[in-house]
Design a protein around this ligand. Structure first.
Ligand SMILES: CCCCCCCCCCCCC/C=C/[C@@H](O)[C@H](COP(=O)(O)O)NC(C)=O
Ligand SMILES: Nc1ncnc2c1ncn2[C@@H]1O[C@H](COP(=O)(O)OP(=O)(O)O)[C@@H](O)[C@H]1O
Ligand SMILES: [Ca+2]
Length: 553
């Protein structure tokens, strides 16, 4: 491995030396600006001093080979050749390196730089060497299956893919089979029919609901092919090695925001091209030994379930429907009675009240994985530990279980700022009945720096498993045992307007509604993988406003 790298490095030096020798100046220019900016000799050496193995030199900085998008032979513009300096040369040869450039707020852009040379053989050697270097990056996808929801968000999915994503995939020589969905569940059903194993990844163009659909198709298909029954809540599930990419084109796009740091189709496409990999925890939701759904971001009962249910009727409003339904749901101030029981997460180092949040290469997620592997070696992994259960009965405005922060533009720090993408646990947030004014204070804290968990009516727990049963169902169940009471129970469920608050809410499961008055939820550590790397930490946020793009390693 290192030999190859040093070979490239030496070649790099040779390229510049050779260019210097022939013309006395570095033949190294920036085509992006359309300038023939000749770099004076000392600068070249100064910059070349920064070279590291596996890095290719570009003008302002060093680009790791893993961040090269493509290398192409470049036709030299006749006009450029005829002007000034180059006139005296017989023929110029050039190649262009397309690479990732970091901009503000976690945005990535595809930038380019052209290297010039008069030695054709050397130029070809360089192109060859760089192409080999790209080919050796085995994590990069070559063939993708793409599902586009043309009706998600502002209905721009198709345009976003064609204008911003497809050209980048072409540049990176990625071939894509594209399916434009014709109805809900089209992508999910299709994933059970096609040969998914010929693809390196599945890409969905849409919002959280569309991601959820694709994820259900993929997880379901893998379990089917592995002979695993999803209905048994205790069965360990088969992990999906095929990664999922999200091109954001929905209304909230929280999964994209919380795993990449920005909602930007070009940035997401670049994360796919370089073959990033971010494992993700998935919660499985069951009721009475029947599988209901999976969730990766928010599983919310009460407030967020009601918003979603109301907003589904207003799809025509686009992303604005959530503001409208949010306001309406806030005013209705509906609370729900029931019992929550949960097993606190053990063996995870973090807590939901931590100040530190999950970032690229997160050590908390890494430690979890190590612990899991150790347990596997000892043969513990299939044993369900019957740890203590905590039981909380009450009246709740919202019950939210989040597998990740759920950061989105509406709430840049998210529902649980310290939740982790891949630590095998979820944060269970219980908002008990309180005044409208207090609930508003709680909501507003999602948008500022104040701690949203610092209220007497809000509790947060890090959990591996939890259950919820609405009072409505509990009463019905106990009525079955008590025939005398049964009539009254029937009466109440038939007349929800009667004095007892027996109404049920719905669940908001990653932006899709789920009706169930009782659920049993288990977090499956790192069940799926995304083309993402978590939110990167910049060494110096201010440096992004200039040109540096150093990362904290
Ligand atoms: C003054 C009031 C301030 C209100 C701040 C409220 C915080 C907002 C937190 C949003 C939580 C995001 C969780 C993500 C949910 C998505 O899965 C779901 C569906 O997203 P999609 O439409 O498929 O992209 N969107 C909603 C709003 O339920
Ligand atoms: N062609 C289609 N027609 C109607 N609904 C679709 C289609 N394709 C996907 N869907 C469904 O649309 C829902 C919402 O999609 P999503 O992309 O998340 O948009 P939004 O963020 O606006 O809710 C998903 O549940 C998905 O199953
Ligand atoms: Ca988690």
């Amino acid at each position: 491995m290192f030999e190859v790298l040093f070979y490239i490095l030496n070649k790099g030096m040779k390229f510049i030396e050779s260019a210097l020798n022939r013309d006395g100046e570095a033949v190294f220019t920036r085509a992006a600006r359309g300038l023939m900016s000749l770099i004076p000799t000392p600068l070249v050496f100064q910059v070349s001093g920064l070279w590291k193995p596996n890095h290719v030199l570009c003008r302002e900085n060093v680009v790791p080979a893993s961040e090269i998008v493509a290398v192409e032979e470049t036709e030299i513009d006749k006009k450029q050749c005829d002007s000034g300096k180059w006139q005296k040369m017989s023929k110029l040869h050039a190649f262009t390196v397309h690479y990732i450039k970091r901009a503000r707020n976690h945005r990535w852009r595809c930038s380019e730089i052209t290297f010039w040379c008069i030695d054709e053989q050397l130029c070809n050697q360089w192109i060859q060497a760089l192409k080999e270097l790209l080919d050796s990056q085995k994590s990069r996808p070559k063939q993708l299956l793409v599902y586009i929801n043309p009706y998600g968000g502002k209905r721009q999915g198709k345009r976003i893919y064609e204008q911003k994503v497809a050209p980048l995939f072409n540049l990176a020589s990625i071939s894509a089979d594209v399916v434009i969905t014709e109805h809900a569940n089209h992508a999910k059903d299709n994933l059970f029919e096609v040969n998914i194993y010929k693809y390196d990844g599945i890409v969905c163009v849409g919002g959280d609901g569309m991601f959820s659909e694709v994820m259900h198709g993929l997880i379901g298909r893998i379990q089917k092919d592995s002979g695993i029954d999803q209905n048994n809540p205790k069965t360990p599930l088969a992990q999906c090695s095929i990664r999922i990419g999200i091109i954001p084109a929905g209304s909230t796009d929280c999964i994209c925001y919380a795993t990449v740091g920005i909602i930007d189709p070009e940035t997401s496409a670049l994360h796919i091209i370089v073959g990033d990999c971010q494992p993700l925890d998935v919660s499985s939701i069951h009721h009475n030994n029947t599988f209901l759904k999976y969730s990766v971001s928010l599983l919310g009962y009460g407030f967020y379930g009601d918003i979603l249910k109301d907003s589904e009727k207003k799809r025509w409003m686009g992303p604005m429907r959530y503001d409208f339904s949010g306001f309406k749901t806030f005013l209705s101030h509906q609370y729900y009675e029931g019992t929550v029981s949960f097993q606190p997460a053990k063996g995870t180092v973090g807590s939901p009240r931590d100040k530190e949040s999950c970032r690229t290469g997160c050590h908390i997620c890494r430690q979890t994985k190590q612990l899991e592997e150790q347990q596997k070696n000892y043969g513990f992994e299939h044993k369900e530990v019957e740890d203590e259960w905590k039981v909380i009965k009450g009246k709740f405005l919202a019950i939210n279980a989040v597998n990740m922060s759920c950061a989105c533009p509406r709430s840049p720090k998210g529902l649980s700022p310290a939740a982790h993408l891949a630590d095998g646990s979820a944060d269970l947030i219980l908002v008990r009945k309180c005044s409208r004014f207090n609930f508003l204070r709680y909501l507003v804290r999602h948008t500022n720096q104040d701690d949203q968990f610092d209220f007497p009516f809000v509790d947060v727990y890090r959990v591996k498993r939890f259950q919820f049963t609405s009072k409505h169902l509990e009463d019905n169940e106990s009525d079955i045992k008590d025939v005398g009471k049964k009539r009254f129970g029937q009466f109440c469920s038939d007349h929800p307007a009667c004095c007892c608050n027996l109404a049920n809410s719905t669940w908001n499961c990653d932006g899709e509604t789920l009706d169930s008055s009782a659920v049993e939820v288990r977090v499956r550590c790192q069940l799926v993988k995304l083309f993402a790397r978590g939110i990167e930490i910049y060494k110096d946020e201010a440096a992004y406003n200039s040109s540096s793009n150093e990362l904290l390693s």
